[in-house]
Design a protein around this ligand. Structure first.
Ligand SMILES: *Cc1c(COP(=O)(O)O)cnc(C)c1O
Length: 432
């Protein structure tokens, strides 16, 4: 069948030719065509508000004009596109700007490693390095963690379904309870520390702990500042490296460039990808304390480490972080979002929702089944919004950080209508 014979929004090509592994297209069954800022349009011209932001790869929105201009300019000059890990002018500019705008003002002195251009590759490189530097094998991770889909990253990921996909044993990792996992009365750090202290615990001293400061995929679980500081202190005391996976929460998602700025810890290694490239272009970095940078040349590599098109847009994206203004705006919008969610929770008590999250990474947790229906109802009304959590029990609100108040209000209005629709269904079932 050629393209012109297809009805405009016919999805049969994907059914016919694409693998069953595809997933997001099942939640959002339409064919997208264009997008700018926080708006997307499908082939029939139906508009959508984006509360998904490419799972965190589009923090600066779709096709941000300044980045697009730089990218087109670079392409028109035949700027070099692919360089593996050779030196290029585009990479040099990125490294200098990243130091000037991000690292130096935060008094950080990390060396920058470019692994393959995905989050999971950054995580693999961090785990490998931690094992190499310490000579130990075990990595401590947390319940409901998500770190990526390759074997090393899967071994430190909580989700049973995703782990099972490995098809082989996932070894050399030990999962510990995240902040709040055992209820608000249990300090999970005490529990963790008792395992580390006790020579009868059955756990060998880990090379590193890998942690998300806020678990996005795991259901919007926020670790408290005290917990993160306490974890960092335990790591210091036992000589364990601390790796922060900032693949999704970095680049401003929780209100500051790095998600750990709120608690002031200094991780030994930081993993970043998703929005670091700025335009949805593939790029990842692993930040390493200089004394830990014990790699031999080529010990970790990858063909697409030198995506210069991403270096161009990543450099431009740093402009947002030159002043405090962008972070201030995120805080204001985060407050508006939180107010709206609190209001929704009390307005629809029959849905028994619980508002969660910080920054522009918030959501509402429900009993299993509800969140997926809200996501579906929202899609029908023109809002792209995913679910998260092991049982998809949380609606995940993650707009581009650049969304304006009007866009935020419009999206929240669609969400409210969807909540009303799902509450209505629930009341109808109860009254039968
Ligand atoms: C998305 C994500 C990853 C994996 O990134 P990919 O680019 O999909 O490999 C790892 N860690 C966290 C916290 C993520 O959100």
């Amino acid at each position: 069948m050629n393209q012109s014979q297809l009805k405009s929004n016919d999805l049969s090509t994907f059914d016919q030719y694409e693998s069953e592994v595809r997933s997001y297209c099942r939640s959002f069954p339409t064919k997208f065509q264009r997008a700018t800022g926080y708006r997307m349009w499908d082939v029939e011209g139906k508009p959508y508000i984006d509360f998904f932001a490419g799972a965190g790869a589009l923090n600066y929105g779709h096709n941000p004009p300044e980045m697009k201009k730089k990218l087109i300019g670079y392409l028109m000059e035949d700027g070099i596109s692919h360089t593996l890990d050779m030196a290029s002018e585009a990479k040099e500019t990125f490294l200098n700007r990243f130091n000037d705008v991000i690292l130096k003002p935060n008094r950080l002195s990390y060396k920058v490693m470019f692994p393959g251009p995905t989050g999971t590759n950054s995580v693999e490189s961090a785990l490998k390095l931690a094992r190499k530097v310490t000579g130990r094998q075990t990595i401590m991770s947390f319940t409901n963690a998500f770190h990526g889909m390759t074997l090393g990253a899967l071994a430190v990921t909580g989700n049973k379904f995703k782990r099972k996909g490995a098809g082989v044993p996932l070894n050399h990792a030990v999962s510990m309870p995240y902040d709040g996992y055992m209820g608000s009365n249990t300090d999970t750090l005490e529990y963790i520390e008792s395992f580390l202290k006790d020579s009868g615990s059955g756990i060998s001293l880990p090379a590193a702990v890998i942690v998300e400061t806020l678990q996005g995929e795991g259901g919007i679980n926020v670790a408290s500042n005290e917990w993160l500081i306490g974890l960092s202190e335990i790591c210091k005391r036992f000589g364990i490296l601390i790796i922060v996976d900032d693949v999704q929460m970095g680049c401003g998602r929780t209100g500051s460039f790095f998600s750990f700025e709120r608690c002031g810890i200094i991780p030994d290694i930081v993993c970043m990808s998703k929005s670091i490239g700025g335009y949805g272009l593939p790029m990842a970095i692993t930040l390493i304390k200089p004394e830990l940078d014990q790699w031999s040349p080529g010990e970790h590599n990858g063909t697409f480490r030198g995506n210069n098109l991403a270096f161009i847009t990543a450099t431009e994206a740093l402009t947002y972080w030159e002043t405090e203004q962008f972070a201030e705006e995120i805080k204001v919008k985060a407050g508006l979002l939180r107010n709206a969610l609190d209001e929704f929770v009390s307005e629809f008590p029959e849905l028994k929702g619980e508002a969660r999250g910080i920054g522009l990474m918030q959501g509402i947790a429900f009993e299993p089944g509800i969140a997926e229906r809200i996501s579906k109802a929202s899609f029908e009304r023109g809002l792209i919004m995913e679910t998260s959590g092991t049982d998809s029990e949380v609606i995940k609100i993650m707009p581009p950080l650049t969304i304006d108040r009007d866009g935020l209000a419009k999206g929240l209005n669609i969400l409210k209508n969807s909540l009303q629709a799902v509450a209505g269904e629930k009341n109808a079932i109860l009254s039968h």
